[in-house]
Write a protein that binds this ligand. Sequence first.
Ligand code: V55
Ligand code: FE
Length: 498
Amino acid sequence: MSNQENGTAVSGVQFPQTANFTGIFAPSGIEADVPRLEVIGGAVPMDLAGAFFRVAPDPQFPPLAGDDIWFNGDGMVSRFGFGGGTVSLKQRWVRTRKFVAEREAGKALFGAYRNPLTDDPAVAGMVRSTANTNVIVHAGKLLALKEDSPPVWMDPETLETIDPAYTFGGRMTSETFTAHPKIDAQTGEMLAFGYAARGLCTPDMAYYVIDAQGEIVHEAWFELPYYCMMHDFAFTQDYVVFHVVPIVGSWERLHARLPHFGFDRGREVFLGVMPRRGQAADLRWFRAPTCFASHVMNAHNVGSVIHFDVPTAAGNMFPFFPDTEGAPFDPAAAAARMTRWTVDMAANSDEIRMAPLADLVGEFPRIDDRFAGLANRHGWQLVQDATKPVDLPGMRSATGMMMNTLAHIDCTTGETDTWWVGPTSSLQEPAFIPRPGSTTEGDGYLVVIENRLAENASRLLLFAALELGAGPIATLAIPFRIRPGLHGNWAPASALAA
Ligand code: V55
Ligand code: FE
């Protein structure tokens, strides 16, 4: 239960006393096996069987450069195992090539986020994955993902790392694989892409269809309008949809030791649409004036018309990837609201139409994943409700990444239902858990980690997914602090046994 296992002492670790390494962002470094979390309120449904996996950046060593961004920490995977009304917790660092090399050296060898020019020459050419962005089960494998590298294959029961650079039996020739692959519940297929697929800062994209058995059965290669952070995408029954937003990067930036990415307000936004089994020649680009969108809620098509639902902001959401022209970060422009982007493959126009779906400010949208690619009625997301008080030293309102509210959106009416976590906590991204035996959209639960900021502690909360306002149906204490994470997914017991 420490970062000293396997005999290599990690002593004298001293992290920088910067905002990225203190308070809620203090590294955790805790690998743990907790057989049963204490239920301190409500009850966990007896029939819930499966696991909620999530991952957080959690640096093993102090950074080479003296400070570092949150996005660059080593992936630490948490596995909340549900069964018989109890929840266990297992937490392990992913044994990436980076993690193993640095543990052997007893210090950091890799430098700045996505800048190999800042690495120790000893690791030149090594896969740089931190595997810190998402974890998802497909075809019996737990994949820990970082969008600059191939997946890391882990055992979904033990969290043992099996292959630190999994290439689907050599079939994947892209150098990278997205952290946001999508699973089509109707077919069991996983749809995915890699950008910078032929090397860092290249505009090359590879698109893959992976069947329910985990075999790559289709691929397509094409070029982006410009190199940028291709963080997420969407699919519909008939199409895949790629949004291109101006978080741009270049070798010039890397040589200048600037952050890999910066926001370029001078560039247009594009939406690429391609049939699911299409090739580059079938891909069509639509365009809109500059804006920013990251995580997609869902998409669907009605014939040739594609609806793509995504929290959309006027400007940059990431202060650590600054404006390329030096404009100061603008929190108002960073506010994202759920927006429907609509394009028509049969139209002559290449316009992207945009219309609001809800007036909440926030991010991290989720759906009942059984309805991915279909017209979903229900959506959930985190919200920054700036009207609610914050009772923490140094913080006056719910700005920045201070997600203080969980929301349900009825996409057919625009109505919302919210639950505020209180003045001393924030929330991590939720995941939807279907109620065992149910097939109706939204029939299930939301699982979410609460950051208890005043006491540096964490809890696991379970909600009835369509009754958020009623508060959690179960509250579980976690005996140590869980570092803020990015993404995670539920896998039912049947998917773990496969
Ligand atoms: C994101 C997170 C990343 C990353 C790129 O939008 C994008 C989130 C945790 O790392 O490398
Ligand atoms: Fe993400």
